[in-house]
Ligand binder design. Structure first.
Ligand code: GLA
Length: 736
């Protein structure tokens, strides 16, 4: 290849430029060379509408030449004079945040990545795979950049593999899944941040020169403060319908880092991956370090389209059994907390069945004998049924449930142990803790060392044993109620900096093994609410618990945040006694996600019970549209005193409109809401559904509307009644 011959000369130029402080932005200078022609043809990684394009230059390096809308003529990609090195390594001419940094066995901290080859193939009609291999010319170290394209979803999944054949281990101190470059006038970052009881707040800020980092150093419960999801809007603040944006999400259930660096030429680097904080990784000869997947899309129609792309990908590929129906359920956590016995539970089972729910979920408090789990102070790790509370065991309860025609599910927090437990007494060495310091408990508990295969085996045996002994268990809620502190693994000994990574990998190994045996058992992912919501974990889970905050008013905001990235079928939403809103308001909010209940049903009056029963029936009738339809966020609770969303099924014949009025002022009502995503030519009948018994709709809607009218003029569906809600159904009318 011609560029190989030219390398020594190029190297001299680079070194000279450095010496003269002409500046290491060789990659940037390079792009301005007039008449520059690339070393390879453009490597086009494209979906139906989005393209990411690379080109290897004559200097051997790989450059990103395009990311955005796909061009009609792919020969034109190479014309772009703006380009940036694809996956920038530290130690040579890079001056900003690198994608990768290594220290070789001889302590040399430099890396140069030159193009070796690339392969492109089709996995099936919709999915393609491109792998670009890069290599250091001096050291025997390879980096593979992998890109899976999902054509109809317009989503790209990318991950990196790092491997070497050097005799001594190579230390990796930065190892991004992805580096992307953007070139716009300005960049607006939407991030999703929170805390326990207040997850996924949506916040937008304009990026300025320098670096903005969103990360987690929590180990477990890693997403409770910041979530590994973002949107970057180009040139203007983000909008639901307009403008170019990229939306991305990292599939990793551990420490993550998203870095956005705006350089002195106003370009933006987006670097996503595992957080390298306290995680230097010793990579042995021949070993491959594989990063988690970063999943992203590009939209020219605002955040609405970007999130519909990602959620369609989630349903089709990202979430376990994304297209299988979910179970409505009654959970006993907020109904009873730890205070229950067989009698109370059988009553709840019977209530759940009478209401028409699919499942009863028994939460925390069912286990421990030497140390009974009557509060959160003991027993985690001792996963035997508490004989005093449940003398006839779990089988009795699951039989009760199946006798009433519903399923039975159970809560477990398998990664944790209380110091007050038999497990801890037997295996103090299985716990993360510093050898010479006091243990650091949180919620009275400690984290088990999942880097240790023995611990993984114990959890696997616990879970499979529980399911074998109780074949009636048809659902699991897997909790993880604390973050890591005292970050020291007795098992890893001298490799403590591997702990964060090996813990997450240990979790995946365990889940992989479990899923081989139980591939389709529905499972809820929970971590004190939204402490572990990411697409890495959702490969093994069918749904997640978004927040311990079940106040329906707060939930509107929390669920709004999740709706940018996760399908409604995965967002568990329960009607509880929290909040002083009506049962209708609570149920309408819960129906926009995966509906469940968590309250003593005998606290409801007859009308409320009847309403709930009807609502569950109604939900089952329309849940396909809510779960699998396209979501349009029409009116934002962040900008108004209302929240309105529309879910439209793929045929555009059926749609569900959720309307929530928060705390509007007197004159704040009756404004027409323009709908989206309908078929302009179709005639729709619009009916208010899910009405409370004895009430009538207050909206004088016309008998029918065309999609054209609904999208251009809209219909008045909000009201000024505080904390009220309405659900409307749109059905196409066959025209003669
Ligand atoms: C966590 C979960 C709750 C509940 C409790 C039980 O807080 O988020 O839903 O399961 O644990 O202890």
């Amino acid at each position: 290849m011609s560029w190989i011959k030219r390398l020594p000369l190029l190297k001299n130029i680079v070194q000279y430029a450095f010496r003269c402080r002409l500046l290491g932005l060789i990659g940037l200078v390079w792009v301005n060379i007039p008449g520059y022609a690339g070393g390879t043809e453009p490597i086009v990684i494209a979906t139906d509408h989005v393209a990411l394009v690379y080109e290897a230059a004559d200097n051997g390096r790989l450059y990103q030449v395009h990311f955005g809308e796909r061009l009609d003529d792919q020969r034109e990609y190479g014309k772009n004079q703006w380009r940036r090195e694809a996956y920038i390594a530290s130690g040579l001419d890079n001056l900003l945040e690198p994608a990768i940094r290594v220290i070789h066995g001889d302590k040399n901290p430099s890396l140069e990545l030159l193009y070796v080859d690339h392969k492109t193939g089709a996995i099936d009609k919709n999915v393609g795979l491109t792998t670009i291999t890069l290599k250091d010319p001096v050291y025997d170290l390879y980096v593979k950049l992998n890109f899976k394209t999902f054509s109809s979803e317009n989503v790209i999944e990318t991950w990196t593999e790092i491997r070497h054949n050097e005799t001594s281990p190579v230390t990796l101190t930065a190892f991004a899944s992805s580096m992307l470059h953007l070139n716009a006038k300005s960049y607006w970052l939407t991030q999703f941040h929170g805390a326990w009881f207040g997850e996924m707040n949506v916040a937008e800020s304009k990026l300025t020169s320098g670096i903005k980092v969103i990360d987690s150093k929590l180990g477990t419960k890693a997403t409770i403060f910041q979530s590994p999801n973002f949107i970057i809007s180009l040139d203007n603040p983000g909008s639901e319908q307009y403008g170019q944006c990229i939306a991305g999400t990292l599939g990793w259930s551990g420490n993550f880092k998203l870095a956005f660096e705006q350089d002195e030429q106003n370009s933006l680097r987006i670097i996503s991956g595992i957080n390298s904080f306290a995680s230097d990784y010793q990579l042995r000869q021949g070993q491959t370090f594989q990063t988690p997947a970063f999943v992203f899309t590009f939209s020219n129609k605002g955040a609405g389209l970007a999130s519909r792309n990602l959620k369609r990908w989630g349903l089709n590929y990202g979430v376990l059994d994304g297209k299988r129906d979910r179970l409505t359920l009654l959970n006993n956590w907020e109904a009873t907390f730890f205070d229950f016995d067989e009698r109370k539970l059988t009553r709840l089972i019977s209530d759940a069945s009478q209401l028409g729910l699919d499942l009863f979920l028994l939460d925390d408090g069912w286990f421990g004998n030497k140390y009974p789990r009557d509060n959160d102070g003991s027993s985690l790790g001792d996963w035997e049924v508490n004989k005093k509370k449940l003398p006839h065991g779990l089988r009795y309860l699951s039989k009760e449930a199946s006798g009433k025609g519903i399923k039975f599910g159970i809560w477990i927090e398998p990664e944790m142990v209380n110091p007050k437990s038999e497990l801890y007494e037997k295996h103090p060495d299985w716990v993360l803790r510093l050898p010479n310091r006091k243990e650091d408990v949180s919620r009275n508990q400690l984290v088990l060392d999942l880097a240790n295969p023995e611990v993984q085996d114990f959890i696997y045996a616990t879970l499979t044993g529980l399911l074998q002994d109780n074949p009636g268990i048809g659902y699991i809620k897997w909790d993880c109620n604390r973050m890591m502190s005292s970050q020291y693994s007795p098992f890893l000994k001298d490799d403590q900096s591997h702990l964060f990574i090996e813990y997450a990998r240990g979790l995946y190994t365990l889940l992989e093994r479990f899923r081989k045996k139980y591939p389709s058992l529905p499972m809820m992912l929970c971590s004190s609410g939204g402490g572990r919501v990411d697409y890495g974990a959702l490969r093994y889970f069918t749904e997640f618990w978004p927040s311990d905050n079940t106040n329906a008013f707060d939930r509107i905001f929390i669920q709004w945040g999740y709706s940018f990235f996760f399908p409604a079928s995965t967002v568990c939403s329960h009607v509880t006694s929290a909040g002083n809103q009506s049962i209708k308001f609570k149920t309408d909010v819960a129906m926009s996600g995966k509906l469940g209940f968590d309250l003593m049903l005998d606290h409801l009056n007859d009308h409320e019970r009847l309403f709930c029963k009807n609502a569950i029936k109604e939900y089952k009738r329309i849940s396909d549209v809510i779960w699998y339809g396209d979501l349009f966020r029409l009116v934002s609770p962040y900008e108004t005193e209302h929240a309105v969303t529309l879910s439209v099924d793929s045929t555009k014949n059926h749609a569900i409109l959720f309307v929530y009025n928060l705390h509007p002022r007197h004159n704040d009502f009756n404004k027409a809401v323009r709908l989206e995503g309908l078929n302009a030519q179709t005639l729709y009948q619009v009916d208010e559904i899910n009405l409370f018994p004895g009430t009538k709709t207050q909206f004088a809607l016309s008998a029918t509307y065309s999609g054209d009218y609904l999208m251009k003029v809209g219909i008045p569906v909000t009201s000024n009644e505080p904390l009220s809600s309405h659900v409307f159904e749109l059905k196409s009318i066959k025209q003669e």
